[in-house]
Design a binder for this molecule. Structure first.
Ligand SMILES: Nc1nc2c(c(=O)[nH]1)N[C@H]1C(S)=C(S)[C@@H](COP(=O)(O)OP(=O)(O)OC[C@H]3O[C@@H](n4cnc5c(=O)[nH]c(N)nc54)[C@H](O)[C@@H]3O)O[C@H]1N2
Ligand SMILES: Nc1nc2c(c(=O)[nH]1)N[C@H]1C(S)=C(S)[C@@H](COP(=O)(O)OP(=O)(O)OC[C@H]3O[C@@H](n4cnc5c(=O)[nH]c(N)nc54)[C@H](O)[C@@H]3O)O[C@H]1N2
Ligand SMILES: [Mo]
Length: 686
């Protein structure tokens, strides 16, 4: 393909990037005919996309041209949460929003809260202009914890950053542990490399409480109890020690603090490990033998396993496994949880987000994972002012945040002023005072790093903004103007933001403009000879402030909360649905019809014990709430664990609820993250 977008009569092909929160960050080619995007495809030349998109994103044009897309600014006319709006002009909306926010800011700007996550992973439409605006305003800061901060902070405590193997090299591994990841559903392009390895004779092992489509296609499925991964890692270490499958030279030169952990691991016999994890001792021994004796051995860890109380400690323990065996010596050995750290340079955030505009002010920080409690909190010296306004972009908290009953009550406050920048009337937009129509990835500029590979991608707009939609950046530019913010940075165009988002030394933007993607210069086997991005270059066992990692039991499990488990004996996990992306795409008919309806998978024994028939409507409940859905009586669920798949829009569920009615706002051991998969429930026929 030629350097520039190709033009062929009335047909153009435009280079784009998938904006979604997924490790794969695919390079896309958008075919435009007569100003309309008619096809979105994977770029065949991109080394990890290799021409394939997932089912969801291949429907990206269908989503963008969806008849229910919000295409003009909307102002609330019904009661809060009713989803009733009237169209207004941009000037009316922005003038009123600015006036309302100014009045609040005059009392205390911290009463204003931005709420955003990774609806788009783009650096421009993400926090680019938004953070500049909120920093200058002095609004509350948002702790963006809802997905990955337990594992991310844990990985950084161990390796010094969110860094790991390169996804392409899994093709050469001889053993792959797919740990807490349903790769076929949520990391498809990794799975392609895993299959290459499999065809070349590698063994694939899936470590996951659920018998996922990925687990079915691996040679072995280790169906441990949720939240027990830290114990399994310690049990594996025990076997590595007693069988002397350690790489003593690697340990001595590249790992700091091993003796203290060695001592701890020696207490985790296969029997103790098995009892904690709900496995057999032979499963533990066999897994350890495979891991200790196969070279190169690779781990694909994903965030699914860190959404429990001990998620941070578990990631630290698992991340040390390849340091004990020296798996890092080979480029097809080691571990990947996130590669986003490869893209980090201190300049990025400082230039893009301009924290200097705080000018010495230190606003309070609100954790996005406890938004339910925080919207309901009164002013206090410890908390600061009551939250009076929320500006939501790139997120759907009413559907995705834990303990929905409180989240909904918070967003339903008549005295809360809520602005939502969105493509659709989501559950959150239904609670807005103003909904502002946002452009999709087909309609705006952006630039992307990734967390599952090492390529920087450019996204060029393929079509003009639909209706009156505007990029997020433009909304914040316009608000800045109405606030009288005169710093030149508020006039930066999206192309300027894209050009300077990465340091010029790291990414040559002109090359990116030309080619659509560029590879970061990261070595193939980055830690073959140590060189972790820690102060001394060694992997860290005893991390400052965290100590030596240990197994931390769940908040809620039969073993750790026996009294609670008497009433709510089933552990519920709620992992992603294959055809949704968190709560995105739930309103795309062709995808929703593949998923059918919200389902709870339950093991036949657990169903029989409760008199629950296949396909029955059930009540799923605990102290926090109740949720009704159909059951799928299936061995995809292990005994004692139920699986409530996908983050459905509440309004598509029975009784207008979803699975987050049941999840809690308790946080992880490290990283202040939510514990979605640490949740006891009971199930009964409805
Ligand atoms: N199709 C699709 N793709 C997605 C997403 C989506 O919603 N849909 N979400 C995207 C996002 S936001 C993210 S963060 C990424 C990664 O998102 P992840 O949450 O890592 O998603 P999965 O890879 O599906 O992995 C979750 C797996 O972990 C398992 N699991 C649950 N609890 C435990 C546990 O305690 N231990 C272990 N070992 N396993 C456990 C679940 O059964 C599930 O199979 O995927 C992204 N990709
Ligand atoms: N029970 C349970 N809950 C979970 C999870 C789980 O596994 N189980 N997963 C958790 C995880 S891993 C995550 S990451 C969070 C995700 O939670 P969110 O980050 O809120 O992700 P989405 O639900 O995909 O919502 C993103 C929204 O952003 C909008 N959007 C996309 N692009 C743009 C844009 O350019 N501009 C604007 N203004 N809007 C845009 C989309 O239309 C969509 O409504 O959910 C968490 N919640
Ligand atoms: Mo996520």
């Amino acid at each position: 393909m030629s350097a520039q977008d190709t033009r062929d009569g009335g047909t153009r092909t435009v280079r784009a990037a998938c904006p979604h929160d997924c490790p794969d960050t695919c390079a896309m080619l958008v075919t435009v005919e007569g100003g309309r995007a008619v096809r979105v495809q994977g770029d065949p030349d991109h080394p990890t996309t290799h021409g394939a998109l997932c089912t969801k994103v291949s429907r990206y044009a269908e989503r963008s041209y969806h008849p229910e897309r919000v295409l003009q600014p909307l102002r609330r006319i019904g009661p809060k949460g009713s989803g009733r709006f009237e169209p207004v002009s941009w000037d009316t909306a922005l003038d009123d929003i600015a006036a309302r926010l100014k009045a609040i800011a005059a009392r205390d700007p911290q009463a204003i809260l931005p709420y955003s996550y990774a609806g788009t992973m783009g650096l421009v439409q993400g926090e680019g202009m938004a953070a500049r605006f909120f920093h200058k305003l002095g609004a509350s800061l948002l702790d963006r914890t809802i997905c990955a901060s337990a594992g991310g902070d844990a990985l950084a405590a161990t390796y010094g950053g969110k860094v790991g193997m390169h996804v392409e090299h899994y093709a050469e591994s001889r053993l792959i542990l797919i740990w807490g990841s349903n790769s076929i559903a949520s990391n498809l392009h990794f799975w392609t490399f895993a299959q290459q390895a499999k065809r070349a004779g590698a063994k694939l092992v899936c470590i996951d409480p659920r018998r996922t489509e990925t687990a079915e296609k691996c040679h072995q499925h280790v169906a441990l109890l949720p939240g027990t991964d830290g114990a399994l890692a310690l049990g594996l270490m025990h076997e590595l020690i007693v069988n002397d499958w350690l790489d003593h030279d690697y340990l001595a030169r590249h790992v700091d603090g091993w003796p203290a952990l060695r001592e701890r691991a020696l207490a985790w016999t296969p029997e103790r490990t098995a009892a904690t994890c709900g496995l057999t001792a032979d499963e533990v021994r066999g897994l350890a033998r495979d891991y200790g004796t196969t070279k190169p051995a690779a781990i694909r860890l994903n965030y699914g396993m860190q959404r429990v109380k001990g998620g941070g400690n578990a990631v630290r323990l698992i991340a040390l496994l390849p340091c004990l065996t020296g798996a890092w010596r080979h480029r097809a050995g080691g571990l990947l949880l996130s590669a986003s750290g490869w893209f980090k340079s201190p300049r990025d955030d400082a230039w893009l987000q301009r924290p200097d505009l705080l000018a010495g002010r230190r606003p309070r920080t609100i954790n996005m994972s406890t938004i339910g409690d925080d919207l309901l909190r009164e002013a206090s010296p410890a908390f600061g002012p009551k939250v009076e306004a929320v500006v939501v972009y790139n997120s759907n908290p009413v559907a995705v945040a834990p303990e929905s009953r409180k989240v909904v009550a918070g967003f339903a406050r008549e005295d809360l002023f809520t602005v939502v920048l969105e493509h659709f009337l989501t559950d959150t937009a239904d609670h807005a005072d103003y909904v502002l129509p946002a452009t999709t990835q087909l309609e705006h500029w952006d630039v992307h790093g990734a967390y599952g590979h090492r390529y920087v991608l450019l996204n060029r707009p393929a079509i003009a903004p639909l209706g009156q939609s505007r990029p997020n950046t433009e909304v914040f530019r316009q608000l800045a103007r109405r606030f009288g913010f005169t710093e030149p940075c508020f006039a930066d165009s999206d192309e300027t933001l894209a050009r300077h988002a990465f340091k010029a030394e790291a990414v040559d933007f002109d090359r990116l403009l030309d080619a659509g993607w560029v590879m970061l210069p990261v070595p193939d086997a980055p830690f073959a000879d140590g060189g972790f991005p820690t102060p001394h270059g060694k992997a860290i066992v005893d991390a400052p402030g965290l100590g030596v990692p240990d197994f931390v039991p769940p908040h809620e499990s039969v073993a750790s909360a026996p009294a609670l488990a008497q009433r709510f004996p089933l552990a519920m996990i709620s992992p992603p649905a294959r055809h949704f992306l968190n709560s995105t795409f739930v309103n795309v008919k062709s995808l929703r019809s593949i998923e059918g309806e919200p389902l709870l998978e339950i093991h036949p024994d657990d169903a029989a014990a409760r008199g629950i028939a296949a396909g029955a409507l059930v009540r799923v409940f605990n102290e926090r709430g109740e949720y009704r859905c159909k059951v799928d009586v299936s061995e995809r669920a292990r005994p004692g664990v139920v699986n409530g798949l996908g983050v459905w829009w509440r309004k598509f569920g029975h009784d207008g609820t979803n699975v987050n009615e049941l999840t809690s706002q308790r946080l992880t051991d490290i990283g202040r993250a939510p514990t979605f998969y640490d949740c006891l429930v009971e199930v009964a026929p409805a």
